[in-house]
Design a protein around this ligand. Structure first.
Ligand code: DGY
Length: 319
């Protein structure tokens, strides 16, 4: 009998085909709607593999409901939705999808950075609303990027890809990381700073650190107060790394100049979220890796990881 692989979101056909010979694939067949928790737990009763996305909370309760489970293959590089320690206790292997999304996410970080600094959403809206009446000397003026300092908080693969792009903008590259990375300093001329110094010196701070117990609310009121009043904060990692209430206040009071956000403390945010009342915040719906090619590659890799484990082979990208 082939092992049951439960896939918790409708994925591209070519990703599903990766499992068709080796597994009995069961699928939550909707793309824009997460599987309800009770359905997920029910489906996992006899499943040996789970392909999850970031809306699935993999915790003790789920693991107890899935006694045959051998692998949780997350279709994301981040895996803060998974209690990895609990999985280890239950002998369940966890995998993620690094590398395939690095460049795409770095592109989005830059798109968001530029959109925020040059006020692109407001500008496009003005034209669309018929409000463009004349060229005006100081109308919709933003901030320069060229020649400024870019501060990367979390110098992993994506941080490096973001920093590489900054070279074309003649920027000074600063970073803070759990450990300094001399090889990146050599490759990109980046300079390691303490978090405190990074906050004080960066014109643009791009947050790329994973969400862990240590990084939750790493950027709060005190940290924002250390930043320049002309600084821009860009977050493309996980919302809870930033204390959102403190960020809203900082943007309202001009403690910092602007923010470009792809991620939030609770997703999705509703139309009444305070960030959406602000003219100096550009808000996107968690689309860092959202290109057809990259999402397809992520889906294929996640399914391949699950299939490998179910066939008794090594997963390609274990956590
Ligand atoms: C990730 O991979 O962690 C992204 O946030 C999901 O696209």
């Amino acid at each position: 009998m082939r092992p049951v692989l439960y896939i918790a979101r409708k994925l591209p056909d070519e990703a599903l085909r990766v499992a068709e010979n080796d597994c009995e694939v069961r699928l939550w067949d909707r793309e824009s709607e997460p599987v309800p928790r009770n359905v997920l737990l029910d489906q996992l009763r006899d499943a040996e593999g789970l392909v999850s996305v970031l809306t699935e909370r993999v915790d003790e309760e789920l693991l107890k409901a899935a006694p045959r489970l051998k692998v949780v293959a997350n279709m994301a590089v981040g895996y803060d939705n998974i209690d990895v320690e609990a999985c280890r206790r239950h002998g369940v292997i966890v995998t993620n999808t690094p590398d395939v999304l690095t460049e795409t996410t770095a592109d989005l970080a830059w798109a968001l950075l530029l959109a925020t600094a040059r006020r692109l959403p407001q500008s496009a809206e003005l034209v669309r609303d018929g409000g463009w009446t004349t060229w005006s000397p100081l109308g919709l003026t933003g901030l320069d990027i060229y020649g400024k300092s870019l501060g990367i908080l979390g110098m992993g693969r994506i941080g490096e890809a973001v920093a590489r792009r900054a070279q074309g903008f003649g920027m000074t590259i600063l970073y803070h990381n759990r450990r300094p990375r001399p090889e990146v300093e050599e490759r990109l001329g980046a300079r390691y700073l303490s978090l405190d110094a990074l906050l004080r010196e960066a014109d643009i701070l791009v947050i790329l650190t994973p969400l862990t117990a240590e990084t939750r609310h790493l950027i709060g009121r005190n940290e924002l107060a250390k930043m320049k009043s002309t600084a821009i904060l860009v977050n493309v990692s996980r919302g809870p790394v930033v204390d959102e209430e403190a960020l809203v206040d900082a943007l309202r009071q001009g403690v910092i100049w602007g923010a470009g956000l792809d991620v939030y403390e609770r997703e999705p945010i509703g139309a009444d979220h305070p960030l959406l009342q602000l003219d100096n915040a550009v808000c996107l719906p968690h689309i860092g890796s959202a290109t057809v090619a990259t999402r397809t590659a992520m889906a294929r890799l996640a399914v391949q990881n699950a299939v490998n484990v179910l066939k008794g082979e090594k997963p390609l990208t274990p956590v």
